[in-house]
Design a protein around this ligand. Structure first.
Ligand SMILES: Nc1ncnc2c1ncn2[C@@H]1O[C@H](COP(=O)(O)OP(=O)(O)O)[C@@H](O)[C@H]1O
Ligand SMILES: [Mg+2]
Ligand SMILES: [Zn+2]
Length: 459
């Protein structure tokens, strides 16, 4: 794999994180390294790589300006993963207290061959509560000559007690230009024939993640004849298809299709934590395309074809914002949360119109601006009615109930009124003619259908 082959071996090879690597390199020079670091940031931006370079730099027998030499016995051992004093633990798979105890107990012995024992805890936010607690004690009284390097994509999941004991560095998304340069370098070194335009495209769609960029190059290198067209086709089908599907279903309020897709993804073994984050970024891109129009091409890390698809999604700015806000409220990023979110999002307005296709939101045909206008008018109508009913003693109960009940409007101008209790349902049904008249009169829209739903929401 190219990304292993081209894992940077020195600080100066790590691209786009100069604000971090310079500080750490200087600490090595001044023999002033911290006993605990926290590396946070998006995946594939160089956290594990930097941790490994640091492990080498502090243990190298011939370091130069804080950089590891790469050729001494220690550098080689660490590079090959054969140094027993440098421990890498992936907390995503080893997250239990027993795993942590193994590491902690090893700290009681002096190092075997290295000057510094370096413990790299990858994806540290995945540790169980117990494991975190055990680790915290160690961090409070750090053993001599030990350096802990914690890496995580999710620092907000770590307790403040851990955060406050680490020197913290946030890894940035790598710029398109820096990714491009690196890809150019790699393709030249490994004689991959690929044109500049394709490299720029790959750099753009990787969205700041160097690992993704290098993996794409890896796929591309197997194409016989790498042309821009082929590269964009490869990118078109690989990354965003599930995102497009899910967003279409959500905007269509097609809850069953959304849930089915989630089930399919689960069977494929996707990591929901990653997927939900990516999906939220995808929603942001939709919003950008709605807000910025053709200007959006520069800020959305996708192919032009995908950006066009984004802007063709039938959804309003407001609906996208609502959906994003809803997703922001998800606190644990797992399957259940995603399911809840799509159900809630699907309940905003109502079910898709009868007889219209559920497949692909592109099929529904209505005027968005017009719809938003109508919703405003209908909302206004409800307010007017509530005020009027409440003024008249014989209609006061209807006014109160109507005010409390939920209202959903769908694209075919069906207004669904959902009461909280059966009693309230009866009150609304008695007032049906008044409600119907009122809606039409105050909104000025004549083709409205009023539906009183069950208190459970069925209608
Ligand atoms: N900043 C970077 N500069 C150069 N290559 C990088 C950088 N970040 C990631 N890579 C490439 O991606 C691979 C994975 O990077 P890694 O450090 O494991 O990412 P992280 O730990 O942040 O998820 C590396 O082997 C390397 O090929
Ligand atoms: Mg990593
Ligand atoms: Zn060395």
């Amino acid at each position: 794999m190219l990304y292993n082959e081209f894992r940077p071996k020195r600080f100066s090879d790590i691209v786009g994180q100069g604000h971090i690597t310079e500080i750490i390199r200087n600490q090595v020079v001044k023999k002033n390294v911290s006993h605990a670091y926290l590396f946070s940031g998006t995946r594939g931006t160089g956290k594990t790589t930097t941790a490994k370079v640091l492990a080498k730099a502090v243990n190298c027998l011939n370091p130069k300006d804080g950089e590891p030499c790469g050729t001494c016995e220690m550098c080689k051992k660490i590079e090959d993963g054969n140094c027993i004093d440098v421990i890498e633990m992936d907390a995503a798979s080893k997250r239990r207290i027993e795993d942590m105890r193994n590491i902690i107990s090893s700290l009681n012995y002096p190092t075997t061959e290295a000057k510094f024992r370096v413990i790299i805890l990858d994806e540290v936010h995945m540790l169980t509560q117990e494991a975190v607690n055990a680790f915290l004690k160690t961090l409070e009284e750090p053993p001599q000559n030990t350096i802990f390097i914690l890496a995580t994509t999710d620092p907000q999941k770590l307790p403040a007690t851990i955060l406050s004991r680490c020197q913290r560095f946030n890894f940035r998304r790598v710029s398109i230009e820096d990714i491009y340069k690196r890809l150019k370098y790699i393709s030249e070194k490994s004689s991959i024939k690929v044109d500049d335009k394709s490299l720029v495209l790959i750099s753009k769609v990787s969205d700041g993640g160097m690992r993704d960029a290098v993996s794409i190059l890896d796929q591309v290198k197997d194409l016989n004849n790498v042309s821009y067209k082929e590269v964009s086709e490869l990118l078109g089908v690989s990354g965003n298809e599930n995102m497009f599907k899910l967003s279409s279903y959500i905007f269509q309020r097609n809850i069953p299709a959304s849930l089915e897709l989630i089930n399919y993804l689960d069977n494929q073994g996707i990591d929901f934590n990653v997927f939900i984050k990516d999906f939220m970024r995808f929603l942001r891109h939709i919003l950008m395309s709605k807000v910025m129009g053709s200007e959006a091409n520069s800020v959305i890390p996708m192919t032009d074809t995908d950006i066009t698809r984004l802007s063709n999604l039938k959804v309003t700015k407001g609906e996208v914002i609502n959906t994003i806000e809803l997703f922001q409220k998800i606190d644990s990023k797992d399957r259940t949360s995603l399911e809840l979110a799509v159900i809630k999002a699907g309940s905003f307005v109502g079910k898709p119109a009868e007889g219209k296709s559920n497949k692909g939101v592109e099929n529904t045909n209505y005027n968005e601006v017009d719809f938003e206008e109508k919703v405003k008018k209908i909302t206004f109508a409800k307010k007017q009615m509530v005020e009027n009913f409440k003024k008249l003693p014989q209609y006061k109960a209807l006014g109160d109930t109507f005010e409390k009940s939920k209202m959903f409007i769908n694209k075919v101008m069906e207004i669904k009124i959902v009461p909280a209790t059966l009693k309230e349902k009866n009150i609304l049904e008695e007032g049906y003619t008044w409600l119907e008249k009122g809606y039409k009169q105050f909104s000025g829209i004549s083709d409205l259908k009023i539906i009183i739903c069950d208190n459970g929401g069925k209608c």
